[in-house]
Design a protein around this ligand. Structure first.
Ligand code: COA
Ligand code: AMP
Length: 635
């Protein structure tokens, strides 16, 4: 007997147009689409072509018109500033409309880009929704990135305006954003016309006359701006994500497919209704923050929580339980690393006992594979379903999940359960042939991708095809490897490229290698991700020095650590490196990063038949042992 999940899944694959047009009926359109799925320009697909809508209207005004004006839309809970603020739908809409007016006064119009480089303050959400309101394209840059990364994004997206804040607060440290912003603009070739700065009292920043404007001053004179209808296929935002090279990829999200898909997921994946309190403990700088702090919960008429704090230290490992009980949270979405941090501080979950979690319904985890230990610890202590789900910046929502609104499958630890409706997931070998159940291969998705997934990369259709569609014709390449078992459960095991996952943050080892290579004493280098009990993975660097360099290795190591922090940002967590005489290579000169990684992770490995000189592996093992890593021996 088929369950609702199976019925929905089959329908979404056999007749995606019918499936998604029904979901689209639940959204507000100024003009309905002419065509649900336009596949006339394969491999580019477009959803709801000819339709017109406004994302901000669907997030705010729609609910006000349907009687939710006085319901809380957003709770800003900031243990680092000891502040809690509530915004009703009416209040949030008014703030957004005024800031949208302020942007329009600066000449920002439909299609113009606005970069948002802000900490977790309500003004970040207001700025995002204001862009959506006037049809401008926002690009949020995570605060943990350094000036150089911000400059790269400025050059690619060419924003008319940048919205930023004087500072962010990381536990007890004040992180000054403004010098990073000024440095980035200095470095960038493309210059914004204006910067709008939110002055925070903990550390107001000096302003640059003629360029910088004070948030409060411009808002005080701005008139509310109405929603501007945009095409369903117009871009809503660009979100840069790490790829193989140092140049991040500008993932584009459209307006129409995004509203339709995210609103659908709120009920069918997360099983939340309008009025429920939904909390994604992430950051607006990541895709989880876009989809599930801001857009998804608001499309559904939920109350969303913006949390400016950490799972531990703000003030302790009971922080999440305090927020859940104080605000009656139904659903929490975070990364497994947050739970590992809590478990490390409070292994018996003693702090949980202080709080009433009776309204709590389910925990969703993503960003990295949920390790079975963390899953079982959370299940045992919380006594609610713990759902691992797999997705990517590119996809915008879950590729695989236990869709709680459709059918609650038994959880298999280590698996994000089954493909969500819309995602025809396959496992293929390097010749693009499907492999047998349980055999590991490349995880790919048969085209077309469902609404809400990336239609292309910003100004880079060729890059989109090259990165995702070329290697496995007819499929989208996820760049994850894994398998599907006999029951249809998917397991996602590792990346197939140079991307690593550090505390749920996606980073490029290639970008770090570029930084190390630019050190004057470094001849060549390799950076790889090694297992870490808290962060899942952390980067580890190996450097071969140029002939004749006889400086103290410890100094060189400190210098490269500092360089990665300065150029990529603290979020890279690049803290360990070693100097070695040689790197292990194949006879054709390819560095054997995978083998080094296995040695560091204490996993069995085979000495590759193509290795140039097996003795180098012994040298690497010694270096790893001196850094405190494994004693594994090759076979
Ligand atoms: N602005 C400025 N700096 C930031 C920042 C931001 N928004 N976010 C992080 N950083 C800094 C941190 O202060 C830290 O700096 P440090 O090297 O000076 O200590 C560095 O970047 C690394 O941060 P992080 O990886 O978050 O490590 P952490 O040790 O501070 O905290 C966890 C570890 C597990 C508690 C933390 O990663 C966490 O809460 N994760 C939750 C999951 C999550 O948000 N995932 C995102 C995708 S869902
Ligand atoms: P990001 O684009 O930052 O969301 O990172 C996406 C990558 O994180 C994926 O390609 C996976 O490698 C990894 N990832 C995210 N969620 C999961 C999960 N539930 N299980 C395994 N890997 C995951």
């Amino acid at each position: 007997m088929s369950n609702p999940y199976e019925l929905a899944f089959q329908r979404s694959i056999k007749d995606p147009e019918d499936f998604w047009s029904e979901a689209a009926e639940n959204c507000h359109w100024y003009k309905k689409w002419d065509k649900i799925l336009d596949d006339s320009n394969k491999p580019f697909y477009r959803w709801f072509v000819g339709g017109e809508l406004n994302t901000c209207y669907n997030a705010l005004d729609y609910h006000i018109e349907n009687g939710r004006g006085d319901q809380t839309a957003l709770i800003y809970d900031s243990p680092v500033t000891k502040t809690i603020k509530w915004f009703t739908y009416n209040e949030l809409r008014d703030e957004v409309a005024r800031f949208a007016g302020a942007l329009a006064d600066l000449g920002v119009k439909k299609g113009d880009r606005v970069i948002i480089y802000m900490p977790m303050v309500p003004e970040a959400v207001i700025a995002m929704l204001s862009c959506a309101r006037i049809g401008a394209v926002h690009s949020v840059v995570f605060g943990g990135f350094a000036a150089n990364e911000l400059a790269t994004r400025i050059n690619d997206s060419k924003p008319k305006v940048i919205v930023s804040a004087s500072c962010g607060i990381e536990v007890k440290n004040v992180v000054r954003y403004k010098p990073l912003l000024d440095g980035a603009i200095e470095m960038a070739k493309s210059k914004p016309e204006r910067c709008i700065i939110l002055q925070r009292p903990m550390h107001p920043a000096p302003m640059i006359p003629g360029r910088d404007l004070d948030w409060y001053s411009i808002v005080s004179v701005a008139k509310p701006h109405d929603c501007v209808p945009v095409a369903a296929t117009d871009p809503l935002y660009i979100l840069y994500t790490s790829g193989t090279t140092a140049q991040p990829k500008g993932v584009v999200r459209d307006n129409g497919g995004h509203v339709v898909a995210l609103k659908w997921t709120m009920k069918n994946i997360y099983n939340v209704d309008a009025g429920d309190v939904y909390w994604a403990a992430s950051d607006v700088g990541w895709v989880v923050g876009h989809s599930y702090i801001v857009y998804g919960p608001l499309f559904r008429g939920c109350t969303t929580i913006l949390y400016e704090g950490k799972p531990v230290d703000t003030p302790d490992a009971g922080a999440f339980w305090r927020v859940i009980s104080q605000h009656n949270v139904r659903t929490l979405f975070t990364a497994p690393t947050a739970f590992r941090a809590i478990k490390r501080e409070d292994p018996q979950a003693e702090l949980m006992k202080k709080y009433d979690l009776s309204k709590f319904y389910a925990l969703f985890l993503a960003g990295e594979r949920t390790d079975p230990d963390t899953l079982q610890w959370a299940e045992k202590n919380l006594g609610v379903p713990v759902i691992d789900h797999w997705w990517q910046t590119e996809t915008g929502w879950a590729i695989c999940a236990n869709c709680m609104g459709l059918h609650h499958f038994q959880v298999k630890p280590g698996s994000p359960t089954k493909p969500a409706p819309g995602w025809d997931v396959r496992v293929v070998d390097e010749t693009n042939k499907e492999v047998k159940p349980k055999e590991t291969g490349a995880l790919v998705v048969k085209l077309p991708l469902p609404p809400g997934s990336l239609p292309t990369l910003w100004n880079n259709d060729a890059g989109f095809v090259e990165a995702y569609l070329e290697e496995f014709p007819g499929y989208y390449k996820t760049a994850d490897a894994g398998y599907i078992d006999e029951d249809g459960y998917v397991s996602v095991m590792s990346r197939t490229d140079d991307v690593i996952n550090v505390a749920g943050h996606r980073l490029s080892t290639g970008a770090m290698e570029e930084v190390l290579s630019s050190h004057p004493d470094v001849a060549e280098c390799a950076v790889l991700g090694v297992e870490d009990a808290l962060k899942g993975q952390v980067p580890l660097g190996f450097m071969v020095l140029k002939a004749g360099v006889n400086r103290d290795h410890a100094h060189i190591i400190l210098e490269v650590i500092h360089m990665v922090r300065a150029r990529i940002g603290p979020v890279a967590s690049f803290k360990t490196a070693a100097v070695v005489k040689r790197l292990p290579k194949t006879r054709s000169g390819k560095t054997l990063r995978g083998t080094i990684q296995k040695i560091a992770d204490n996993k069995e490995y085979k000495v590759p038949a193509t290795i140039d000189d097996p003795a180098v592996l012994g040298e690497i093992e010694e270096a790893l042992i001196s850094l405190g890593y494994s004693k594994a021996r090759g076979k």
